[in-house]
Design a binder for this molecule. Structure first.
Ligand SMILES: C[S@@+](CC[C@H](N)C(=O)[O-])C[C@H]1O[C@@H](n2cnc3c(N)ncnc32)[C@H](O)[C@@H]1O
Length: 432
């Protein structure tokens, strides 16, 4: 039976009782309402495993079909099937403790694009590829925090597969580090690495040129040895489980621009984790992509907002780096990253945040008829009418005539709309 380390438990504001902590393996899940997250990630696990299963089945069907393949094509399909089958088994094993909650929760505050495999390349970068990126990250951070960085308790938010968190813990002999992420796959891999295990996982290349680079098996393992005082925690950055002012330093690697809320709300939460004099250390790009342009901040605006939230920037660095670079990796990127070390000079109030509107989490509330919903209504009504009108006889031209009369629009506009909707469907059926 897993149990929570007393030093870690003493930092928590929830859950109140040790017996209420839910675990996957040895990994504690520290959410205000853990059931929401259990069901969310359980559904994502099924999606992910299903992807490998159906990919393997589709390849198998192609192999057994009457199509004539060259020897090379057959080899490629066979190696792909082998990789999907192997990953299915490895991941089923790794994720077996992810079970859905009994109740059906609607209040999940995880954006639905967050899948278990969204950051799978980071797993390979952290623990499989031969790359200098992990070392480079520590060196860049050292330039900003200094070689004599001696915090006694560090919290790493959005730690992912957690290589950087572990490297910093070891390099700077940090007595206690708590690495936080809400993606259980990344943390379960990190947990295995901490325990000295080896995981075999296949990496798929999206644009292979050679047969040998279609997919490759990596042995994921850590050379860091056991790390006394290092803790992995499954928790949400938007609602952290720690009491106030428990850490001397909070590190945010590649996190600030991908959160579902604006930067100020993050700054307030980081502030609440630190005491006066505590440090906020950041590393990553400023790739904000909020619908409200005012929230897509540049460096100067970021420092302005940090000041408002009780921080003073002490040192900073802007540099260009290669990201997710490995042999055969076509998705590697050039990124301009902003590193800073900021000191907390005053407390800030933490504004509450909820990801979804109340009428979605409380399903008894009326749904407001907003302009966005009205626009969507028009679109789906058109699409529904169109698909219901297809009877195997009518052409796109004939459908457009009917729609032009029904929706009182010019026939040319109706034809463009009909063709676009049908094209989208046909195109989506061709993609993987
Ligand atoms: C771009 S990745 C960076 C991961 C890691 N820091 C690295 O550099 O490889 C962002 C990470 O933040 C995590 N994350 C995003 N939103 C989060 C949230 N609300 N709470 C906890 N973790 C979150 C993701 O699961 C992911 O691991």
């Amino acid at each position: 039976m897993a149990s929570i380390d007393p030093n870690l438990f003493s930092l928590l504001k929830f859950p109140k009782n040790e017996s209420d902590v839910f675990y996957t393996g040895r990994l504690p899940w520290l959410f205000k309402d853990v059931d929401y997250y259990k069901t969310y990630w359980h559904n994502k696990k099924n999606e992910f495993l299903n992807f490998h299963k159906t990919s393997s089945q589709n390849i198998d069907a192609e192999l057994k079909s009457k199509k004539l393949f060259s020897v090379t094509t057959r080899q490629r399909l066979e190696v792909l099937k082998k990789a999907h089958d192997a990953n299915y088994l490895t991941l089923s094993n790794l994720l077996q403790s992810l079970q859905a909650a009994a109740a059906n929760p609607f209040e999940v505050s995880v954006p639905s694009h967050q899948s278990l495999h969204l950051y799978r390349k980071n797993i390979f970068r952290d623990w499989g590829w031969e790359t200098s990126e992990n070392r480079q990250a520590v060196e860049l951070l050292t330039e900003v925090i200094g070689v004599n960085w001696t915090p006694s308790r560090v919290c790493v938010l959005g730690s992912g597969a957690s290589r950087l968190a572990m490297d910093l813990h070891k390099e700077f002999r940090v007595p206690m580090t708590v690495a936080v992420d809400f993606n259980p796959l990344l943390l379960l891999v990190a947990e295995e690495m901490l325990s000295g295990a080896t995981i075999s996982l296949w990496d798929f290349n999206v644009a292979p040129v050679e047969l040998s680079s279609v997919t490759q098996e990596y042995k994921l393992r850590s050379e860091l040895g056991s790390l006394e005082g290092f803790h992995l925690v499954c928790a949400d950055v938007t609602e952290l489980p720690f009491k106030e002012h428990q850490f001397d330093a909070v590190v945010t690697p590649w996190l600030i621009d991908i959160l579902p809320f604006n930067f100020k709300l993050l700054a307030q939460r980081v502030n609440s984790q630190l005491d006066i004099g505590g440090q906020w250390i950041n590393f990553g790009p400023l790739g904000f992509s909020n619908r409200n342009e005012s929230e897509n901040l540049t460096r100067t605006e970021l420092t302005e907002q940090m000041q408002d939230c009780g921080f003073e920037v002490e040192s900073e660095k802007i540099t260009s780096i290669r990201y997710l670079t490995a042999k055969n990796e076509v998705n590697s990127r050039n990124e301009t990253v902003y590193l800073f070390k900021a000191r907390k000079i005053k407390h800030a109030t933490v504004e509450p945040y909820s990801f979804l509107p109340e009428w979605l989490s409380d399903t008894s509330k009326s749904i407001p008829l907003s302009d966005d919903i009205k626009r969507h209504q028009q679109l789906v009504r058109f699409q529904a009418d169109l698909f219901h009108s297809i009877d195997g006889k009518l052409s796109a031209n004939q459908l457009a005539q009917l729609f032009a009369q029904h929706y009182k629009m010019p026939p040319e506009t109706a034809l463009v709309m009909v063709v676009n909707v049908l094209r989208q469907l046909e195109e989506s059926l061709k993609r993987k």
